[in-house]
Every structure is written in structure tokens, then in C-alpha cells.
Design a binder for this molecule. Structure first.
Ligand code: FAD
Length: 415
């Protein structure tokens, strides 16, 4: 049950004008939890919280899924990048393993069959250093018993659907990796969350959090205050939307651009991955080339240079694509923390939680993130080692030692 948040609602000392605000819109009672942001992270959390019996309102500045979550390539990379054990690797594996059941349950609840294909990933080396890194990765994965295939010759050609350039003689094949239609995923998560009682308020930004007696009791929006027992900030790279908070939220954007092609012969049968670049097969024969990682602030332009670079890398990897048709190009802003890991869970402000910083893995990490956040808000034990993902890791005095004292002086400090 939703005991801890209900308790915190009762405990929150809310002034008379805020009590009035708790019937915001004049119709609806204050929710137990407000989630700021309806990207994949906010929608997944709203669904999970609503399933746990919480009254949830999602406040979205624009429209659900229109930022990074709609721009993503939809790769669920649970293996091709993992060269050793770590809490992050475990979180990725855990979240990836939740996908088959999630997709099945979304189909039952919403009628939306989110395209999800276990197509595998074929990784080839970009250069000698990459080859060495791949060899270490393969040795470690074999030592822990993961399924991995070292491929060469005819098998390499066959796995790539005869698309791979003959320059590449060997590679690693990760047969269990999947791709998902991230836009349909967000749509289905939202509909499922709504069917479980969550309410979505779109076109309305949260501009500040409301603090009473050192606890967060709601958010300020241009249309009025909204009260809640807890607030989860899932606003992606805009997570530091309240400049008056007494602690920094060290998140910045890193732009990614993608090109979509179409080819009469269709896409390669699996993801082709080389030196951080990929050619990904998607639903209905779509071919995605991605993606750039650019430090350009909140500029989400699509640039000629990036399109040229992505297309020329694709043709070097799979020469057959030189005859493919250009369909579209787009960009998105990934939320990134100084160490590249997500920031999940509590903050120095009681009842104010963070779920951001998912960088290149937010689609993959959405199901596990939702569980971690619901456990945090409900005060339940979680089976994830959350310390490495806590905001307190940026505290100069260490996660367990006294009040938060950040190494950074502001949300965009020098990192
Ligand atoms: C080109 C590209 C390729 C990618 N490929 C992959 C991939 O293959 N696999 C993978 O796992 N990940 C991928 N990612 C990363 C992934 O897309 C992100 O990590 C993930 O989408 C982050 O989700 P989010 O919900 O935190 O952020 P977003 O999707 O950006 O959502 C944040 C939401 O908050 C809203 N918002 C902002 N400010 C406010 C406010 N003040 N009040 C209310 N709402 C607000 C925004 O409008 C937005 O809808 C890719 C990203 C890019 C850009």
C-alpha cells in the first residue's frame, strides 16, 4: 500500500492558501505524487506508481515523449558495451530483462503491440585499440558465462545479411540484444498509466518546487500551484528547472543526431555496431544511423556535418547503403550527469526525488528506474544497489557523511 506517502501528506504542514490549491483546477484533489516530465522515465514511473495504488499526476511542459525519448534509436544494449561487472552493468541487465514482460503487459492493457525485436548486435572493431577492448570484453563475458559468439568468415557475412564491408574480417555477436520502437513505447506507457489512474497535465511546465517545513509539498506552474505528498523530477536534461533549490542538480544536455534511411533490400538483420556508431534495423524496414554525442548546450539543431558524417560512416560499414534513400534526420538532448551515470532517488529535500541522467541508456533503463523510484517513494527495500546512483555521490563529504556538500558550485559546473 501507499502508506509512507500518505503519511507524509498528513504530516506536511500546508498553509491555508495551499490547502485551497490542493484542489487545483477546481476539480481534482491533490495527488500523492507529482512526476515532472513525461519522457520515457516519467511515464514508466507514473505507470509503476499508479499500479502501486498512488494517485499520480504527471506535469509535462510540452507533449509526452517529444524530447530525448522520442529521438532515441531504441537499442536495448545489455551486453555489447559491458566489459566488467559494475552496479551500472547490473542495472542495465536487470532493466533489459524486464522488457519482454513489460511489452506483453502493455499489449494486453493498451492494445498497442510495441514493436520489440530480439535481433542481436554484431560488433566489429573500428581500429586496433577498439579490437583490443573488444577482445578483453569477450574474455570477461566468457569468464562469467554470458552468451557471446566470436565470428569471422562466412558466419560474419551471413549474420550481417551480406551488408558488412569485406574490410571487416571478424566480430562479436550478441544474439540476445533487442531493439524497441521507443515512440510507441512512450505512448503505450502513458496510456497504461492513465488506465491505472494516473493523470497527465500537458503543456504546463513545473517552474519551481514548493517547500514547507523543509519538505517538498508540490510544484509551482504558470497556471497555479499543485500540491502533492512527493515530487519526482524526471525532466531529463531540464531537471535543474528550479534555480532556487539549495543544492545543485548536476545535469547537462549532450546532443545526439540520427539519420533514417530506407533501402529496397531492407535493413541489416541485426544491429551493426562499430566504435560507438551503429546501423540499426527497426520496425517496418526502417534503418537508423546513430548517433552523434555533441556538447552544444540546449541547441537541438540538425546539422549538415552530422548528417554527412553519419551517412559516410554507414556506407563504410555497410557499402550497400550507398543506394539507400534518405528519409529523415532528427536530434535530441540526452540528460547527462558528471560521471555519466543516472541520478536516482532521494535528495537533500524531503519528498523530492530525482530520476534523470540516463544519458545513452534511458530507453533501456526505464523499467528498472521506475521500480527503483517507486521503492524509494514508498520507503520499500529495493533489490538494486542504489548508492552509486544517488545524488549524494557528488557530495564532497561522501554519501554517508552529514549534509550534502557538493563539489560543484552550480548545475553546470566545470565537468
Ligand atoms: C539521438 C539519441 C539516441 C538515443 N538512443 C538510445 C538508445 O538507443 N537506447 C537507449 O536506451 N537510450 C537512447 N538514448 C537516450 C534516451 O533517449 C534518454 O536517456 C531518455 O530518453 C531520457 O528520458 P527522460 O524521460 O529522462 O528525458 P526526456 O525524454 O527528455 O523527457 C523529459 C521530459 O520532461 C519535460 N520537461 C522538461 N522540463 C520540464 C518542466 N520544467 N516541467 C515539466 N516537464 C518538463 C520535457 O518536455 C520532456 O518531455 C538516445 C538519445 C538520443 C538523443
Amino acid at each position: 500500500m501507499f502508506s509512507s506517502t500518505k503519511t507524509s501528506l498528513r504530516r506536511a504542514r500546508i498553509s491555508p492558501w495551499r490547502v485551497r490549491d490542493r484542489r487545483y483546477d477546481g476539480r481534482v484533489k491533490a495527488p500523492d505524487v507529482i512526476v515532472c516530465g513525461a519522457g520515457v522515465i516519467g511515464c514508466a514511473i507514473a505507470r509503476e506508481l499508479a499500479s502501486a495504488g498512488a494517485a499520480v499526476t504527471v506535469v509535462e511542459r510540452g507533449r509526452p515523449g517529444e524530447e530525448a525519448s522520442g529521438a532515441a534509436a531504441g537499442l536495448l544494449t545489455t551486453q555489447a558495451d559491458i566489459a566488467s561487472d559494475s552496479p551500472f552493468a547490473r542495472l542495465c541487465r536487470k532493466s533489459g530483462a524486464l522488457y519482454p514482460a513489460l511489452v506483453a503487459s502493455l499489449a494486453r492493457e493498451t492494445g498497442i503491440d510495441v514493436p520489440f525485436t530480439v535481433c542481436g548486435t554484431l560488433r566489429v572493431a573500428a581500429d586496433a585499440e577498439d579490437a583490443r577492448a573488444m577482445s578483453e570484453l569477450a574474455a570477461w563475458q566468457e569468464s562469467v558465462g554470458w552468451t557471446i559468439e566470436r565470428v569471422s568468415g562466412g558466419r560474419l557475412v551471413e549474420l550481417s545479411g551480406r551488408t558488412l564491408s569485406p574490410e571487416f574480417r571478424e566480430g562479436l555477436y550478441f544474439r540476445e540484444e533487442a531493439v524497441i520502437d521507443n515512440r510507441e513505447l512512450v505512448r503505450a506507457l502513458q496510456i497504461s498509466a492513465e488506465s491505472r489512474g494516473a493523470r497527465f497535465v500537458t503543456g504546463r511546465p513545473a517552474v519551481a518546487v514548493i517547500i514547507e517545513s523543509r519538505a517538498c509539498v508540490g510544484v509551482v506552474t504558470p497556471e497555479g500551484n499543485m500540491a502533492a505528498g512527493a515530487v519526482i523530477d524526471a525532466a531529463g536534461c531540464w531537471a535543474a528547472f528550479d534555480p532556487a533549490l539549495s543544492f545543485p542538480i548536476p545535469i547537462r544536455p549532450l546532443r545526439g543526431q540520427i539519420v533514417e534511411l530506407a533501402a529496397d533490400e531492407g535493413p541489416p538483420p541485426c544491429v551493426l555496431h562499430c566504435g560507438g556508431f551503429y546501423v540499426a534495423p527497426r520496425e517496418r524496414g526502417r534503418i537508423l544511423l546513430g548517433s552523434t554525442v555533441e556538447d552544444v548546450g540546449f541547441d537541438n539543431a540538425v546539422t549538415a556535418g552530422a548528417v554527412e558524417d553519419l551517412v559516410s560512416r554507414a556506407i563504410s560499414l555497410a557499402p550497400r547503403l550507398s543506394g539507400a534513400r534518405f528519409v529523415a534526420a532528427w536530434s535530441g538532448l540526452r540528460p547527462v550527469a558528471p560521471d555519466g551515470l543516472p541520478i536516482l532517488g532521494e535528495t537533500p529535500l524531503a519528498n523530492f526525488y530525482l530520476a534523470t541522467g540516463h544519458f545513452r541508456n534511458g530507453i533501456l533503463l526505464a523499467p528498472a528506474t521506475a521500480r527503483v523510484l517507486v521503492d524509494a517513494v514508498l520507503g520499500r527495500r529495493t533489490d538494486v544497489d542504489v548508492v552509486p546512483f544517488g545524488l549524494a555521490r557528488f557530495d564532497a563529504s561522501g554519501p554517508d557523511d552529514g549534509p550534502f556538500r557538493f563539489r560543484f558550485t552550480g548545475g553546470n559546473a566545470s565537468w
